[in-house]
Write a protein that binds this ligand. Structure first.
Ligand SMILES: NC(=O)c1ccc[n+]([C@@H]2O[C@H](COP(=O)([O-])OP(=O)(O)OC[C@H]3O[C@@H](n4cnc5c(N)ncnc54)[C@H](OP(=O)(O)O)[C@@H]3O)[C@@H](O)[C@H]2O)c1
Length: 294
């Protein structure tokens, strides 16, 4: 059960619709049962590491079971009372996700924190995409996140209270040429999270969406197509994975709707976001006409 301190719980309840938690950050998740997707690397592993000292149970999901097993040992070394359940699930495969959700139901875990983190990108012109890759983005970034939320929400509601943290991206704030499908899937994640959050405002379930700028993880190498050396990231916006996860957990604990980690990233996105669409189109045109043909 998260936020074990009764004064914290009552302050959150007493605040009614304007809910808040007086405990900031990680201690809010004391005693939680947490499900993290994409836990085998990057942000997902870091969520598990930062939450390990306070969590009671953790369910870790990804395809690479060897990575999950290694993480499980590491987490148990950090917290000897932590129970870890590593599950190899291919989130592109609806049947696999359904089997996993059935297992979750049967396990009877009182989940109170879902981190929908698994995701992947594909950088380059849409016309040159491989359909299998595009389909993986649609399945993992959109379908799996939506279906898991659909299946886990009733569990969280039964638990009494809980948090859903969906990992989106700053790419969700604008159409991005050469990232067309990725940015669109993340626009879905941000929109979906905000809408479900609004629907749940009178309940004890909060939804936060994390919109990071570039973070040094395996994401970029996986998203880069063979032979592409153009480098699709802005190095000056890069943030350490530890900082992104710390800010995300703090925002989730404070029941924030949205978090964009990093002052500079926030500043840049505020400027870019305020530009009218016709200016953005002119910038796209200028950038694409300068770029070498793919
Ligand atoms: N890094 C960035 O610059 C950045 C910026 C903004 C947003 N994000 C978002 O942050 C999230 C985490 O990405 P990351 O940066 O930590 O990248 P990462 O290190 O590549 O991690 C991606 C995770 O997703 C899992 N995953 C991918 N396909 C899967 C599948 N079919 N089934 C199950 N799990 C799958 C991977 O596990 P397996 O390969 O073991 O299955 C891995 O654990 C993503 O949603 C990404 O879009 C990242």
């Amino acid at each position: 059960m998260m936020c074990a301190d009764p004064s914290v719980l009552s302050s959150r309840r007493a605040a009614g619709n304007v809910r808040f938690c007086i405990l900031m950050g990680i201690s809010y998740f004391n005693g939680s049962t947490i499900l993290i997707t994409g836990a085998s690397s990057g942000l997902g592993s870091e969520f598990a590491r930062q939450l390990a000292p306070v969590a009671a149970k953790m369910v870790l999901v990804a395809r690479r079971n060897d990575r999950l097993q290694a993480l499980e040992s590491e987490l148990k070394a950090r917290n000897t009372t932590l129970e870890v359940f590593a599950r190899s699930v291919d989130l592109r495969d609806q049947r696999d996700i359904e089997r996993f959700c059935d297992w979750l139901d049967e396990s009877g875990f009182a989940l109170d924190f879902l981190i929908n983190n698994a995701g992947l990108g594909d950088h380059g012109p849409f016309i040159n995409s491989e359909w299998e890759r595009v389909n993986s983005l649609l399945q993992v970034n959109i379908n799996a996140l939506t279906y898991l939320t659909f299946r886990v929400l009733p569990i969280i509601k039964k638990t009494g209270r809980g948090v859903i943290l969906n990992v989106s991206s700053i790419a969700s704030f604008l159409p991005l040429p050469n990232n067309a499908v990725y940015a669109s899937t993340k626009a879905y994640v941000t929109s979906f999270s905000e809408a479900v959050r609004a629907e749940l405002r009178t309940s004890n379930v909060s939804v936060t969406v994390l919109c990071p700028g570039p973070v040094k993880t395996e994401y970029l190498s996986h998203a880069t197509r063979a032979g592409d050396r153009s480098g699709h990231t802005a190095p000056f916006l890069l943030l350490p994975v530890e900082e992104v996860v710390r800010q995300a957990l703090e925002a989730a604990a404070k029941d924030r709707a949205r978090v964009v980690p990093g002052t500079l990233v926030n500043f840049v996105m505020t400027i870019v976001g305020s530009l009218p669409m016709f200016i953005k189109r002119l910038v796209y045109q200028a950038r694409l006409s300068r770029a070498k043909p793919h």
